[in-house]
Design a binder for this molecule. Structure first.
Ligand SMILES: CC(C)(COP(=O)(O)OP(=O)(O)OC[C@H]1O[C@@H](n2cnc3c(N)ncnc32)[C@H](O)[C@@H]1OP(=O)(O)O)[C@@H](O)C(=O)NCCC(=O)NCCS
Length: 152
């Protein structure tokens, strides 16, 4: 297997991230939103996975005070099932912890068993659902939390 490198996303990665976003999601984020998040948003951290200098995955999080909200995790279909998302999420959570995050949340499509299994591996639990959250097919979102702050 080729080496996989995880690093922080840079503004020059936006085109590749946008292309991967379009491959991976039915309702992808717009390039302009990704550009703002990666290049300007001081609350956001994005990690990139690359192999042989090609982008194969990325993940993002917003940290507001002590709460981390995962925005997206995506891995190119050719690279799935090889631990790339696990590596990305490990680095992302560690980066967020260094910025003060103690608790983490995200939404995932209720039918996305792969993503839910990935997050559960990190200790996330489904605490409820946002009904008809996704505009394209009216699907519910599972709301997941990982609470590391024992006082919460
Ligand atoms: C979800 C996604 C990011 C996982 O990426 P990946 O690199 O294949 O994940 P990993 O190889 O690190 O696997 C992590 C865990 O996910 C789960 N998983 C991975 N592939 C799976 C599959 N085909 N079926 C069920 N669970 C699976 C397992 O729990 C796995 O842990 P394990 O290998 O210890 O059993 C990837 O499938 C993807 O990009 N999907 C499309 C975009 C998406 O849905 N993103 C999530 C938005 S909330």
């Amino acid at each position: 297997m080729n080496w996989i490198r995880i690093r922080r996303a840079r503004p020059e990665d936006v085109d590749d991230v946008t292309a991967l976003e379009r491959i991976c999601f039915a309702t992808p984020w717009a390039r302009s939103d990704l550009e703002k998040d990666i290049g300007e948003n001081i609350l956001a951290s994005y990690m990139i996975a690359e192999s042989a200098d090609r982008l194969i995955g990325y993940a993002g999080i917003w940290v507001v005070i002590d709460e981390g909200h995962i925005t997206n995790v995506a891995v190119h279909p050719d690279w799935r099932g090889q631990g790339v998302a696990t590596m990305l999420l490990s680095e992302l959570l560690e980066t967020a912890r260094r910025k003060g995050a103690k608790n983490f949340t995200l939404e995932a499509r209720a039918s996305n068993a792969t993503a839910i299994a990935l997050y559960e591996k990190f200790g996330f639990r489904t605490v409820g659902y946002r009904r008809q959250y996704y505009a394209d097919n009216g699907e519910d979102a599972a709301i997941m939390w990982l609470k590391e702050n024992a006082e919460e």
